[in-house]
Design a binder for this molecule. Structure first.
Ligand SMILES: *Cc1c(COP(=O)(O)O)cnc(C)c1O
Length: 224
């Protein structure tokens, strides 16, 4: 765990200003974009000032780390929402459904089955995003673009899941815009309205291309 070197409040304020600007440029309402403040690797001491500044939606990429940090914060601050943005193992589906309000990394049938079971058992309905591997990178999680339509139908018809939208992480060395545009196109033809895309370096481009959720870590909390 690291404590933010840069003052988290300055980072948060400039990210918020950047989102406002990107929304204005794209002729979108600020309220159409949810900032998911990605607090992975940062401890409660670094998170508290961002909560105090008014931020309510946070993202973590590991279930175990989130279980250690968030239950006390959530109990102390009603109205917080926690999003899982990292890969999820099926055997952690139970913990994930219990703790998270949204899961951005739905990407395979075994996970769909585990999530369907836990959603029923716990009577909790986190928002679900299907992760699309827009760059078709072998080492990266996500459904291949060519398989996306079938997978989305299967989520609904076979596993009884309600899918809210899509998530993507463009390849490190690529221009992000074509990846965001591809995710937006797949979402549109499947009738999905939510798009989780854009991080610290590229959120303005993602907002221009229709992002409804931007996942921003280092620009708020400092380098990890
Ligand atoms: C870490 C992470 C982010 C945030 O990245 P930054 O570059 O720090 O803004 C966003 N999405 C996912 C899936 C991540 O793992």
């Amino acid at each position: 765990m690291t404590t933010g070197e840069a003052a988290p409040i300055d980072g948060f304020a400039s990210v918020e200003a950047g989102i406002v600007r990107a929304c204005r440029d794209a002729q979108r309402e600020r309220s159409s974009v949810t900032l998911v403040a990605v607090s992975k690797t940062f401890d409660v001491g670094a998170i508290m000032p961002v909560i105090a500044a008014g931020q309510r939606v946070f993202g973590e990429n590991r279930v175990q780390e989130a279980k250690g940090k968030w239950p006390a914060l959530i109990a102390a601050h009603p109205g917080l929402a926690l999003h899982l943005i990292g890969p999820l193992q099926s055997n952690k589906a139970k913990d994930a459904v219990a703790l998270f309000d949204a899961i951005h990394s739905v990407d395979r049938p075994s996970l769909c089955e585990a999530l369907g079971k836990e959603i029923k058992n716990q009577n909790r309905r986190p928002d679900l995003f299907v992760q699309i591997n827009t760059g078709e990178e072998p080492q990266k999680a996500g459904v291949a673009p060519a398989d996306a339509d079938d997978f989305i139908v299967r989520c609904r018809d076979t596993y009884g899941l309600t899918i809210s939208g899509l998530m993507c992480i463009p390849p490190m060395d690529d221009a992000p815009a074509p990846h965001f545009a591809l995710a937006a196109k797949i979402a549109k033809r499947n009738g999905l309205t939510q798009l989780s895309m854009g991080m610290s370096a590229d959120f303005a481009i993602a907002i221009a291309l229709g992002a409804t959720h931007v996942r921003i870590g280092s620009a708020i909390f400092g380098t990890r």
